[in-house]
Design a protein around this ligand. Structure first.
Ligand code: DGY
Length: 434
């Protein structure tokens, strides 16, 4: 155990950069990513609280004047990643950060629960509370941004306009949306496939779709209203929305213990209520026994089960009945003997691919969310299985980006895929073991 923690610390310390932020993986991801940085901070917090604070401070410092927090902050130049700093032109948006270059997309709003978890971990509570007092309004403003700009039906559910905003980049979920689009064949030089075997990454044609959505946003200076009107990709994601709900809960608790923030607490509580109701009424699919995504542009549910389908367990949203049905679906479809929990896509579905990025492999950050979610709703056996599967995968294979869920893998010697020495894998191993 101590040895694994030492190795994880080495990974994190090597990925920590002079500018006070941490890259997810050398070469493959050479900048700061939004949700990565939240999980990474949890790892640091167990052994170097100043780095944990620095990590959170740098990402939140890149916030735009409208509360938006971008999914990648380009602190540095690097030609090992595409699409890099000069592609996005997010400064076309009048309220974009004047200090940093960034993308004009976001990622799941994890910082509410990250701040609360940092408080739990910190030994010096007073010092951490002072830090939280300095940062919390930025996180609050980020939630206000979502509710004021991305809640199209005023029902508490916020949309994402790009698959890169979901965090589950190339999930088979999006295939049905790609079929409604016909983007040009762009000419560009991929960099990811020079670091990682192409069979583990999205296809060229998928990248055409990804770039096309960004081109539309760029054409309209990343204006939210225009994006909502024109983006061919406009989705309600159960992971994104339940992370927002979970972070609301944390912000409410933290503001209440800080005191004198009634208006903010009221605002969060009102939206929280709507979000929870709509998540259950619009995104829970009874027959599948899981939450699903909703394609707002084409006005239809996307009826596939993936690891995001269980993420609401991490929040207060699921009723007892829904929670039971989620645990049952996870066990029956994702949890048969011979399989590590939790595959990122339904292993019983023909589109499942055990090696390809978000089309099947196990991801440690999702396992961390599901572990805490299952525990919260009283499913202790499944929770401890998810945790021990995560630790076994890392111990046997190394600190990889994602893992094959098949316990005996006929295709490779190792179950580890994607980038190696991957920061959130290391950070969350530390959080699991401490
Ligand atoms: C990538 O380039 O694959 C990243 O995950 C995008 O955020």
């Amino acid at each position: 155990k101590e040895q694994m923690i030492d190795k994880a610390i080495q990974v994190l310390d090597r990925n920590f950069q002079d500018g006070g932020f941490t890259i997810p993986s050398k070469g493959l991801y050479p900048f700061q990513w939004k949700w990565d940085s939240g999980f990474i901070a949890l790892g640091f917090a167990h052994y170097d609280i100043s780095k944990a604070k620095k990590e959170v401070e740098t990402i939140l410092d890149a916030q735009w004047e409208n509360g938006f927090i971008p999914h990648i902050v380009f602190h540095n130049d690097s030609d090992t990643y595409f699409p890099g700093p000069n592609f996005h032109k997010s400064n076309l948006h009048p309220l974009a950060s004047k200090k940093y270059r960034s993308t004009g997309m976001t990622q799941p709003p994890v910082f509410g629960f990250i701040l609360e978890r940092l408080y739990e971990i910190a030994k010096n509570k007073e010092d951490m509370m002072n830090f939280i007092k300095k940062q919390i309004d930025k996180v609050y403003e980020n939630h206000v941004y979502f509710y004021e700009n991305r809640d199209l039906n005023n029902d508490g559910l916020v949309y994402i306009y790009h698959n890169w905003e979901s965090g589950t980049d190339n999930s088979p979920l999006w295939d049905d949306i790609w079929e409604t689009m016909n983007p040009p064949e762009y000419t560009f030089e991929r960099r990811d496939t020079s670091h990682v075997d192409a069979s583990q990454r999205p296809s060229k044609r998928e990248y055409d779709h990804y770039l096309h959505i960004i081109e539309i946003a760029k054409e309209h200076n990343y204006d939210d209203a225009k994006i909502a009107e024109l983006s061919p990709f406009l989705v309600l994601d159960p992971l994104f929305n339940s992370v927002l709900i979970r972070s609301n809960e944390s912000l409410i608790r933290l503001y209440e213990s800080i005191g004198n923030n009634e208006e903010k607490v009221d605002y969060l509580k009102q939206n929280q209520l709507k979000s929870v109701q709509s998540l259950n009424s619009k995104l829970f699919h009874k027959d599948l026994g899981a939450y699903v995504h909703f394609d707002l542009r084409n006005n239809r549910q996307i009826p596939y089960i993936c690891s995001s389908s269980f993420a609401p367990l991490y929040s207060s949203a699921p009723t007892r009945l829904i929670a039971e049905s989620l645990a049952k679906t996870m066990l029956e479809k994702f949890g048969d003997a011979g399989r590590y929990l939790c595959a990122s896509f339904d292993p019983t579905h023909e589109k499942f691919n055990p090696k390809k990025y978000w089309r099947g492999p196990v991801w440690i950050n999702m396992n961390w969310i599901l572990y805490h979610g299952l525990k919260r709703h009283g499913f202790y056996d499944l929770a401890s299985r998810i945790k021990s599967d995560s630790l076994e995968l890392i111990e046997k294979n190394g600190f990889f980006e994602y893992f094959d869920s098949r316990q005996s893998n006929p295709d490779a010697d190792s179950n580890g895929y994607g980038g190696n020495n991957f920061s959130w894998t290391a950070a969350l191993l530390i959080d699991f073991l401490k």
